[in-house]
Design a protein around this ligand. Structure first.
Ligand SMILES: Cc1cc2nc3c(=O)[nH]c(=O)nc-3n(C[C@H](O)[C@H](O)[C@H](O)COP(=O)(O)OP(=O)(O)OC[C@H]3O[C@@H](n4cnc5c(N)ncnc54)[C@H](O)[C@@H]3O)c2cc1C
Length: 345
């Protein structure tokens, strides 16, 4: 077979894809991103834990993050099994830690520009159609713009599990089907002083966050039977200023057991999904992507270690996911009406 065209093909330019590309470039690997949507494009997931700051510093983007003008918050208001109270992120000796309400179109573009500045080949719009395989190894991708070969393919294409579906890999499920409803609203009725907030009710919970100076994001998740709080799932207070129709996303808890294998890695939602109450989707997407890039570099340096290193990555993703499942179940068990499926028998 001819030698591969690049070291790494990355599918998707969300936080996982761009972080993987930057981390590859920082390790002198030749990377190419395939992204089928033109930017700016919409994605939900604006509320970012303070841990995103050191991660972006590692990628050379700390100044850009701090200069982007994103709303900041010191923690979350929680109305769960008891009265509403404030859960701060934490603090060091000088000041409280602060998270970011990052408008995802801007945040994702910032990461992609950094990848481009480091010499990553960005093909956009370009859709990955199917993996190219040689025996049990992934060796490239057929795209809407032709075929490409690579030493490694990273699936960072999000919750549709692109590569897992093409390779017919098992996706293990840990919850019933959960569809989150979400949308945006401008409203003068919302009291900013107690946001962002997660508020439980007898069916599930509602998250509200101020994501721009005059714009609010809401997410509503029913944990029981997908009933929703009112006829369209949108919190009453946000309804008045609604900007767009509500959207839905499948946030059922799931993981691809084989998140790494011959010639491939999965990062971010492509590897595992939990509902947004787990709250760190973007952080985890970026951490898994940086780890994937690091492992790829080590395999390229010492190819005989590939089985051991890809096994280590798979185990890391799997253990992490299971730890988060246990935490989320324990959290849901505190609800006044916990769903039956979180009560382990
Ligand atoms: C309602 C809701 C609220 C959320 N709130 C939060 C939050 O507050 N904080 C948080 O941290 N997380 C939140 N999340 C989770 C967060 O959105 C995800 O975990 C995060 O976006 C995952 O990043 P990713 O890079 O893995 O995937 P994505 O961001 O989905 O990026 C995948 C990219 O791949 C591209 N792509 C897909 N298929 C192809 C293809 N075949 N070829 C080429 N490109 C392709 C897509 O266009 C997209 O750009 C929320 C999720 C939902 C549904």
């Amino acid at each position: 077979m001819k030698s591969p065209q690049v070291d790494v093909i990355i599918i998707g330019a969300g936080p996982a894809g761009s972080a993987a590309a930057i981390a590859c470039a920082q390790r002198q690997l030749q990377a190419c991103i395939l992204e089928y949507k033109a930017f700016p494009r919409h994605r939900p997931g604006e509320s970012l834990h303070p841990g995103i700051q050191p991660l972006l510093a590692q990628l050379g983007l700390e100044d850009d993050l701090l200069g982007a003008g994103f709303e900041r918050h010191e923690g979350t208001w929680v109305e769960w099994e008891a009265e509403r109270c404030f859960h701060p992120f934490g603090s060091d000796s000088d000041e409280p830690w602060r998270g970011f309400q990052a408008w995802r179109a801007d945040f994702d573009a910032m990461l992609l520009h950094r990848a481009q500045a480091l010499g990553v080949d960005i093909r956009q719009p370009c859709r990955a159609m199917e993996p190219i395989t040689d025996g049990d190894r992934v060796v490239g991708v057929r795209t809407t713009n032709g075929s490409m070969t690579a030493r490694f393919v990273v699936d960072a294409a999000g919750s549709g599990h692109w590569l897992a579906r093409h390779l017919a890999l098992n996706i293990e499920r840990y919850s019933p089907k959960l569809i989150a409803r979400y949308g945006y609203a401008r409203s003068s009725d919302i009291d900013d002083s107690q946001l962002p907030a997660i508020v439980a009710d007898s069916h599930g919970w509602t998250w509200t966050a101020k994501v721009r100076h005059d714009l609010y994001h809401w997410t509503r998740l029913s944990l029981h039977d997908q009933q929703i709080g009112n006829e369209d799932g949108q919190p009453q207070r946000a309804r008045k200023g609604a900007l767009s129709t509500q959207r839905g996303a499948d946030v059922s808890w799931r993981i691809v057991r084989q998140a790494a294998g011959g010639g491939y890695f999965m990062a971010g939602d492509a590897a595992a999904v939990l509902d947004p109450a787990s709250s760190h989707g973007v952080l985890k997407a970026m951490m898994s992507a940086i780890m994937a890039a690091d492992v790829i570099k080590r395999i390229i340096d010492e190819p005989r270690k590939e089985p051991q290193l890809s096994d280590g990555y798979r185990g890391w993703i799997y253990d992490w996911f299971h730890h988060d499942v246990q935490k989320l179940k324990a959290y849901y068990r505190l609800l006044p009406h916990p769903p039956r499926w979180v009560i382990d028998v």
